[in-house]
Design a protein around this ligand. Structure first.
Ligand code: CA
Length: 180
């Protein structure tokens, strides 16, 4: 019996130690990147209307996986990489109502292979919209706006120069508070 209790206590201690190293739960009201989905589980979810060649390295969820490396394309630099179209959208669904006030976008910056979108619109589930202007840079581009409560947002109206080149988004961060 004593050995059983000792083993049980040791297992419990291991569980606690392991959890302390890997588990992270957000605190109520914590200001954080609400789009981040490290294991592609449940919400938040990223979807789009175009993925080049239906390849995993160009899938929408690459835009919220926490990997901001954007100076290449393909399997070593996963991104949301759509076809060359003018009707594109990338949607991030939080699965619940959250309070947000900032979007940070890392465009894919594998220049000169990549072109870039000069502008776009962020549409919110509350019906509001924000116009954004993007720069040709690998650096993060932040867009702050008045606080709003939304369940999802959609980046669309993406405009680039003609003829259309390859454009992508490596990461989107959406900052705010999720536990309202
Ligand atoms: Ca990414």
């Amino acid at each position: 019996m004593r050995m059983y209790i000792s083993i049980s206590l040791a297992c419990f201690a291991l569980l606690l130690t392991g959890c302390a190293g890997t588990c992270r739960t957000s605190q109520p009201g914590e200001y954080r990147n609400l789009a981040l989905n490290l294991d592609n589980a449940h919400y938040p979810q990223a979807t789009s209307n175009s993925v080049c060649g239906d390849k995993p390295c160009f899938a929408a969820e690459n835009a919220i996986d926490g990997n901001t490396s954007n100076k290449g394309h393909g399997p070593k630099f996963p991104s949301w990489g759509p076809d060359r179209r003018t009707d594109l959208w990338l949607e991030i669904d939080f699965g619940k109502v959250v309070e947000i006030d900032k979007v940070v976008i890392y465009i894919r910056a594998d220049f000169p292979h990549d072109s870039y979108w000069k502008s776009g619109t962020i549409e919110f589930s509350d019906g509001s919209k924000e116009k954004i202007s993007l720069q040709k840079t690998a650096e993060p581009q932040a867009f702050e706006f008045s606080t709003r409560r939304v369940k999802w947002l959609r980046i669309t109206d993406l405009v680039q120069d003609e003829p259309l080149g390859w454009c992508g988004i490596s990461e989107v961060e959406v900052w705010g508070r999720g536990n309202l």
